[in-house]
Structures are given as structure tokens and as C-alpha cells.
Design a protein. Sequence first.
Length: 242
Amino acid sequence: MPLVLIDSVEKHFGDNHVLRGVSTEVAKGDIVALVGRSGSGKSTLLRCVNGLETISGGRIVVDGVDVQSPDTDLALLRRRVGMVFQSFNLFPHLSAAANVTLAPVLTKKIAKDEARDLASRMLERVGLGHKLDAMPSQLSGGQQQRVAIARALAMSPQLMLFDEATSALDPELVGEVLRVMEDLARDGMTMMVVTHEMAFARRVASEVLFMNQGRIWERGTPERMFGSPQTPEFQQFVQSVV
Ligand SMILES: Nc1ncnc2c1ncn2[C@@H]1O[C@H](COP(=O)(O)OP(=O)(O)OP(=O)(O)O)[C@@H](O)[C@H]1O
Ligand SMILES: [Mg+2]
């Protein structure tokens, strides 16, 4: 059983048929890069994987848990699936450490010194071991996004979803966040990554999925995809982003 099974998934928003029979599997340790034009359904697909959106047809199973089953505890699912968005959404009145440990403290009822230790380890992992007591306003965008990644990691997720995690950052801050993501990938984290950073996708992804009009239009290893794109749509996309 793959860690994530996405089987014939359909999604409608009213008349808008946004996902049209999307099927793929993600094995433990895979790094799947989702690329495609605006509106092709990339974010919607990620949001369906952690139950932020309900699907209209098909099936999504994450770590053996049927996402759309009424019996599924979505809160529990989201603890196994970390998500990092374009906007970091840190709590402005809480320190980096408190942002990182808020959820584990609330849901796992860990003790104060344990929380401090957890914050320290998680922030260390994103290169911010010296910023435990910094407030978000004292951190750069790149540092805030790394705190957001540490916050997701603090729940020990099985899977990490990244939706354009670097798109809101000043160009000079993009690299530090991509490096953290690359470290995670190298440590064996399973990841689904929506990105416009083609160099990153090329270097880090185990598979690239090109989405177009709600479908996986073309897929393959980064070498094959970027080396010899096959469909005219993906060829055009590659030309438009490099
Ligand atoms: N909550 C929503 N309600 C209604 N329509 C939505 C909603 N979310 C997304 N859509 C529509 O679904 C389609 C796919 O959107 P989605 O955000 O998944 O695209 P995307 O590939 O992530 O695009 P982008 O690169 O711009 O982020 C679009 O037509 C969008 O308008
Ligand atoms: Mg999107």
C-alpha cells in the first residue's frame, strides 16, 4: 500500500469541474513535484489530500486512512499530514518556540520542558536553533517560513504538503527555504510539493506531475520531463517558466 493513494478523484466547485479523474500513488520517501499553470488544480489536489476539501468522486487514502470516510477523524489525519502554505500564518503574539509547540502542547499535552526541548530540536532542524525566543515580527520572511516548517514537523507528520512555500518571499530569501525542504527530502520525508521552482523540482523530485485542466497531463522523472517533454502543453509550460 502506498503512503498516499489518489484514485480517480473528481472535484467540482459548483459548475467548475476542477479535478477530472486524477490518479496517482505516493510511496514513502517519494518527493512529488506538482507543476502547472494557474487554475490547473494543484492546490485543490493538495487540499483534498489532507481533507481541507471534500472530493466529489474517487478515493484518497493516506497512511491507510480513507480521507472522505465519515468515520475519519480529520483532526487526527491532519496531525499526520503537515502542510505549509505560501503565507506562513504564524501567531504574531507568540515566540518562534511557542508557535512550533502550540499544537503538540494542545493535542498531546506535553509538559513545558518537553515543549522547550521539542521547539529547540525542530528549530534546529530548519537552521533557527538560535531563534527560539524571537517574535515573528523580528524574523525575515524566509525565517518565518522556516518556523512554519518547524511547526509542521513538530507533529511528526508522515507526509508534508508544500503549496508554493516560497512564492511570497523576496528572491534572496527563497534559497534558504528551498534548502530546508531539500534537507527534509534527503532525510527521507515524503513530500508533495507545488512549486514554480523548476530547478528545485529537477534536482529534488522523484517524480514530476504536470497538471493541466484538472488532469495529470504528463508525468515522469525530472530527467525525462525536463529533458524531453512530450505533450505540446507541457513543452509550452516548460518554455514559459525557464
Ligand atoms: N474554494 C473554492 N471555491 C470555488 N472555486 C475554487 C475554490 N478553490 C479553487 N477553486 C477553483 O478551482 C480551480 C483550480 O484552482 P487551484 O487553486 O487548485 O489551482 P492552482 O493550480 O493551485 O492555481 P495557482 O497556480 O494559481 O495556485 C480554479 O478554477 C479555481 O478558481
Ligand atoms: Mg495554487
